[in-house]
Design a protein around this ligand. Structure first.
Ligand code: ZN
Ligand code: MN
Length: 485
């Protein structure tokens, strides 16, 4: 399922909260709503009470323009907001203030793109448009959405600024969709306008079609961890239908992350059902060339440039640099490590192989783990100082990630220091030799059997014997046997 397949077409509609804003999009309520008493971070504006008037958050426009520049978009010079009308319990006004690309409307920016890198190959994903809109409130269900006996509504999230990004159907596998979301997140995080580690800060809807067939929309994908799963399920479902000769229905399906299936929600509304019309309570936005240039001059380093810098300053291969900048947290972690210990290639190797593999296999984010740059560097120093072998480091790394214990402490507590004591090793080698008489005989003429004996010694010491000393001593002992015979 992870292979790119030209007959699979995936387009994404990504909603990201501009989490660095202090207040909501159209009122002065705090944007810091997480963990707050339900319906406590609200005011007449974000509750949609009659007579209340929205006022646009200027900083939100600046952030959106930054995103537009980072996505290589064409920025609209003059635009206004629209009302998207629909009735839903989480939408207190019965309409959402958003932007629209028809009826004289233009979104904030159009015609952009981002490159995603997979296995050293670059692929362009076109971005049709981005715009600003307000987040609805949050519905809380008991268990699965289609089985909950009731729905609770919390308006704290209502009015939070969202950036909506719509792509062309340029992705050909669930894996590519995941990589795109990661890239999007990394760019927004580098801009300093978004923190993807916050629960619900990035939500994604996907439309997917197979072999030029009907498009199905999958809603409620809560993170890029889920996107691969949800889309893989949906491909399997649609393939199953097609194989049985059943037509795929045009509909909206809901991703149930608990049961890991998509369920039919409703047949898709037509656009006219939303009765879009211009929002009369907000003035048009005008963005001058000077303003856009000013924002451009404040742009920080973005992932693609950072990747090039990682290659030129630290001598990393393109692939490694690309993986590291795929997440701001990962790239920051790497640079912190290098500051502490100037061995970029070693640090990158440990991050790329064992650290990332562990996180990926356990579906953990770096921020969710307990490892810090100090701890990773301490582990690498223990290897360089000959206290532990690389093998032992591989064994303690998961413990550092899970417990956050200092590597030196783990090594001491579990007695994992390298055995470099000749006396101790010599006794162990004697035992290995007496337990493996045939191998000893073979080892006098066959190099392979020598390795076998060393392997047995490593096994006996649980990998703690100093590998080069162990090899040296085994060979010495074989030599003395040879002399005697
Ligand atoms: Zn408010
Ligand atoms: Mn939207």
């Amino acid at each position: 399922m992870s292979k790119a397949d030209g007959t699979i077409k995936i387009g994404l509609e990504v909603h990201t909260q501009l989490t660095s804003l202090k207040s909501k999009l159209f009122c002065s309520c705090s944007s810091d709503y997480r963990g707050k008493e339900p319906n406590s971070v609200v005011c007449p504006v974000c509750l949609g009470l009659p007579g209340s008037l929205p006022v646009l958050n200027k900083k939100a426009v600046e952030y959106a323009v930054m995103a537009a520049l980072a996505f290589n978009c064409k920025i609209s010079k003059r635009m206004f907001f629209f009302r998207k009308n629909y009735y839903y319990p989480d939408l207190p006004k019965n309409f959402q203030i958003t932007q629209y690309d028809k009826a004289g409307g233009v979104p904030l920016a159009t015609n952009g793109y981002l490159y995603i890198g997979e296995q050293g190959k670059r692929k362009k994903i076109k971005i049709s448009r981005i715009h600003l809109e307000e987040d609805p409130g949050r519905l809380v269900h008991l268990g699965p959405i289609d089985q909950s006996p009731y729905t609770l509504v919390d308006y704290n999230r209502s009015g939070i600024a969202l950036l909506e990004t719509v792509t062309e159907p340029d992705m050909n596998s669930p894996r590519e969709a995941r990589v795109f979301l990661q890239k999007l997140r990394s760019v927004l995080e580098h801009l300093g306008i978004f923190d993807g580690s916050l629960e619900g800060a990035m939500r994604c809807d996907a439309n997917i079609s197979l072999a030029g067939g009907t498009r199905v929309e999958v809603k409620n994908i809560s993170s890029f961890k889920e996107v691969e799963r949800a889309l893989s399920f949906e491909i399997m479902r649609q393939k199953g239908l097609l194989e049985r000769g059943v037509a795929v229905k045009r509909e909206t399906r809901h991703w149930d992350a608990t049961r890991r299936i998509t369920v039919s929600l409703r047949t898709k509304e037509e656009e006219q059902d939303y009765r879009y019309f211009p929002e009369p309570d907000l003035v048009p936005i005008e963005l001058s060339e000077e303003y856009i240039n000013k924002v451009r001059s404040m742009m920080p380093e973005l992932p693609d440039d950072r990747m090039k810098r990682f290659m030129s300053s630290y001598g990393l291969p393109r692939y490694d640099a690309g993986v590291l900048v795929s997440s701001k947290a990962l790239a920051d972690f790497f640079e912190e490590c290098v500051k502490l210990y100037n061995k970029p290639k070693d640090i990158s190797n440990w991050m790329m192989s064992d650290l990332l593999r562990y996180l990926y296999e356990n579906n953990l984010e770096l921020q969710e783990s307990k490892i810090t740059p100090e701890k990773l560097v301490e582990m690498i120093r223990l290897i360089d100082e000959d206290v532990i072998s690389g093998k032992i480091a591989k064994r303690i790394l998961p413990k550092i990630i899970l417990t956050g214990k200092p590597p030196r402490k783990i090594v001491e507590e579990e007695g994992m220091m390298k055995i470099t004591d000749r006396q101790v090793l010599s006794e162990l080698i004697d035992r290995v030799f007496s337990e493996n008489p045939k191998a000893v005989k073979d080892a006098l003429v066959d190099e392979k059997a020598v390795h076998y004996l060393i392997g047995q010694l490593m096994k006996k010491t649980e990998g703690k014997a100093d590998p080069s000393l162990a090899a040296k001593m085994v060979n010495e002992k074989l030599h003395s046997i040879k002399k005697k015979t």
